[in-house]
Ligand binder design. Structure first.
Ligand code: COA
Length: 260
C-alpha cells in the first residue's frame, strides 16, 4: 500500500502503521485520517495479518492532535461533520477492528492523538511521552470520542480534571491511571510492542475477534454520549472562544477567551 502521510510495514503476521508527518508532529489532517482508514480496512481483510502496531514517526510525537490549521475557519456544520465522519471512518473503525491494534505512543499524544491511541485496543508508551486533551484551551472539546473513552479508561473524576485543565500528563502518570499498560525507554518501545503482538499472533484470531466484540459490547450503552460530543464539538465552531483559541494557537500566543 502506498500512502503520502503514513507508512505500512510488514513483518510476518504483524503490520506496523506509522503516521509520517514528523514536521507537523504527525498532526491528523483529513488526508491522514482517510489514509489510516483505508489502511486499517485493508489490513483487517488481510488474513495473514494477526496484529497491528500503530505509532508515529520521529522521536517527538505520536500525534500532536487534529490539524488545527485545517479546521480553524470551519463553520458549525463543518465542525460537526469533521467529528462525525472522523469517528465513523477511523476511531470507531479502529475500536471495532477484528484484528488487534496496539498503540505504541512514542511522544506527544494530544487531542486527536490521544483519542486515536484510546480507540486502539490497548496502549504502551515511551518514557518521554506526554498525553492530554488540550481542546478546551483552543475553545473546542474533544470530538473524536475523547469525552467517552477517557472516562472509560481512567474514571470520570480524573477524565473531568484532564479535560477541564487541558493538562498534559507524563507517561508514568498515564501508567498509574491505567491509560497505558507499560512505560519503557523510547528505544525499547517497538521491541516490547512486537513482543506482546507476537504473543497475540500465536492465539486464535477468530477467538480474539469475538473477544474484542464482547468487550466492546459492554461499553455500547454510551452511543448517546458520542452523539452529544459530536453536536457539542460542532457548536464550539460558532463561538468567539473558538475563533480566539485557534487564532491564538496559529499566531503562537496565549488565548484570551471572551467567554461567548
Ligand atoms: N495542528 C497543526 N499543526 C501542529 C499541531 C496541530 N495539532 N501540533 C503541532 N503542529 C505544528 C506546529 O504548528 C509547528 O509547525 P511550524 O513548524 O510550521 O510552525 C510544528 O508542528 C512543530 O510544533 P511546535 O509547536 O513548534 O513544537 P513544540 O515542541 O514547541 O511544541 C506541542 C509541541 C505539542 C506542545 C505543540 O506543538 C502543541 O501545543 N500542539 C498542539 C496540541 C493541541 O492543542 N492539540 C489538540 C488539537 S485539537
Amino acid at each position: 500500500m502506498n500512502f503520502e502521510n503514513i507508512l505500512v510495514e510488514y513483518d510476518g503476521r504483524l503490520a506496523t502503521v506509522i503516521i509520517n508527518r514528523p514536521k507537523k508532529l504527525n498532526a491528523l489532517n483529513k488526508a491522514t485520517i482517510r489514509e489510516l482508514s483505508k489502511a486499517f480496512k485493508a489490513l483487517e481483510k488481510d488474513k495473514n495479518i494477526r496484529a497491528i502496531i500503530l505509532t508515529g514517526s520521529g522521536e517527538k510525537a505520536f500525534v500532536a492532535g487534529a490539524d488545527i490549521s485545517e479546521f480553524a475557519n470551519y463553520s458549525v456544520k463543518q465542525g460537526k461533520e469533521l467529528a462525525s465522519k472522523g469517528q465513523q471512518n477511523l476511531f470507531n473503525l479502529l475500536e471495532n477492528l477484528s484484528t488487534p491494534v496496539i498503540a505504541a505512543i512514542n511522544g506527544f499524544a494530544l487531542g486527536g492523538g490521544l483519542e486515536l491511541a484510546m480507540a486502539c485496543h490497548f496502549r504502551l508508551a515511551s518514557d518521554n511521552a506526554k498525553m492530554g486533551l488540550p481542546e478546551v484551551s483552543l475553545g473546542v472539546i474533544p470530538g473524536y470520542g475523547g469525552t467517552q473513552r477517557l472516562p472509560q479508561l481512567i474514571g470520570k473524576g480524573r477524565a473531568m480534571e484532564l479535560i477541564m485543565t487541558a493538562a498534559m500528563i507524563t507517561a508514568e502518570k498515564a501508567l498509574s491511571y491505567g491509560l497505558v499498560n507499560y512505560v519503557v525507554p523510547q528505544q525499547e518501545l517497538l521491541s516490547l510492542s512486537r513482543k506482546i503482538a507476537g504473543k497475540i499472533t500465536n492465539n486464535s484470531p477468530v477467538a480474539i475477534s469475538y473477544a474484542i466484540k464482547a468487550v466492546n459490547k459492554g461499553f455500547k450503552s454510551n452511543a448517546k454520549g458520542f452523539e452529544t460530543e459530536i453536536n457539542a464539538f460542532g457548536s464550539c465552531f460558532g463561538t468567539a472562544d473558538f475563533k480566539e483559541g485557534t487564532t491564538a494557537f496559529l499566531e503562537k500566543r496565549k488565548a484570551d477567551f471572551p467567554g461567548t
